[in-house]
Design a protein around this ligand. Structure first.
Ligand SMILES: Nc1ncnc2c1ncn2[C@@H]1O[C@H](COP(=O)(O)OP(=O)(O)O)[C@@H](O)[C@H]1O
Ligand SMILES: [Mg+2]
Length: 267
């Protein structure tokens, strides 16, 4: 089945009241964010999407594919499952070396050129993490940032999933701006659960959650996009200082002035 759109019809929040956002739709190429304080129902919403909820989860939401609900007994061919969820918890991973893990996954997915896919996946992942991933490293020995980077790259390239859900990747030491730049080149649906203002403002729209309920949907306007651009520069400034400190340098006020000048020049 070719997926063109995913629709979410609102159900109810934790106290049973109907959701204010009655429905929203995602089409290929969309990037959206889900925001709100801890415990407000962000993970629950992306889980509903992953499960293609059919009024059969506590939120009573209904997920539509190409405008239609799918029947309860419908299951996807596991080789072509359209949704990849990168969750907050990744401790389920096997102890295989990275290269083996990727090889098995590319076999399951039936890609025609596994070597090329594995190479591309590693290259993609290594652009997201500061610490390059080595193929012979065991999956469980990767750092949090490396694990997330590898899972994102794997979902995009080997899995080639049209819909990718990412639950709070920011805590894991990933180059987020770079991730978004790379992800935008693929015609997929990306749903970010995030506390990161830059990711939220780079999204096409964001859903604000409260008390288990979709409270509000805000489309990013031109002014917010300009603010996003500035936040990206501040992000880069922080990354530059992180690099300087990691490489053992002493920090001076002059460095700060220089960095601020670079930031202002490009505003
Ligand atoms: N619409 C809802 N109806 C019933 N329970 C909900 C709903 N949304 C969230 N919950 C419950 O609230 C708790 C916190 O939700 P969660 O999605 O983990 O929040 P977050 O990811 O924002 O921290 C979970 O136990 C979840 O089952
Ligand atoms: Mg959560």
């Amino acid at each position: 089945m070719e997926i063109r759109t995913i629709g979410v019809m609102g159900g109810c929040g934790k106290t049973g009241e109907p959701e204010k956002v009655e429905r929203f739709e995602l089409k290929m190429g969309d990037i959206i964010s889900i925001v709100g304080p801890t415990g407000c129902g962000k993970t629950t919403l992306i889980n509903d999407i992953e499960l293609f909820a059919n009024r059969n989860t506590p939120s009573n939401r209904l997920v539509l594919i190409n405008g239609e609900p799918i029947s309860d007994d419908f299951t996807f061919d596991p080789r072509k499952h359209p949704i990849a969820l990168i969750s907050q918890h990744t401790n389920f991973l096997s102890d295989l070396p990275v290269g083996e893990f990727l090889k098995i996954h590319s076999k399951v997915r039936g890609g025609d050129n596994p070597e090329r896919l594995i190479g591309e996946t590693l290259e993609f992942a290594n652009q997201l993490t500061g610490e390059a991933i080595i193929v012979t490293t065991g999956m469980t020995e990767l750092s949090g940032g490396q694990t997330r980077s590898l899972l994102i790259a794997d979902a995009v390239i080997i899995g080639n999933s049209p819909i990718i859900l990412l639950d709070e990747i920011e805590n894991a030491g990933i180059h987020r701006t770079k991730a978004l730049e790379l992800l935008k080149q693929y015609n997929k649906i990306f749903v970010f659960v995030t506390h990161d203002p830059h990711i939220a403002l780079l999204s096409d729209f964001r859903i604000i959650m409260r008390n288990g309920s979709m409270e509000k949907l805000i489309c990013t306007n031109q002014e917010e996009r300009r603010v996003a651009g500035n936040l990206g520069k501040i992000d880069n400034l922080m990354l530059n200082f992180r690099g300087l400190i990691r490489s053992g340098q002493e920090i001076s006020e002059r460095m700060m002035t220089e960095q601020m000048e670079i930031l202002n020049q490009t505003t």
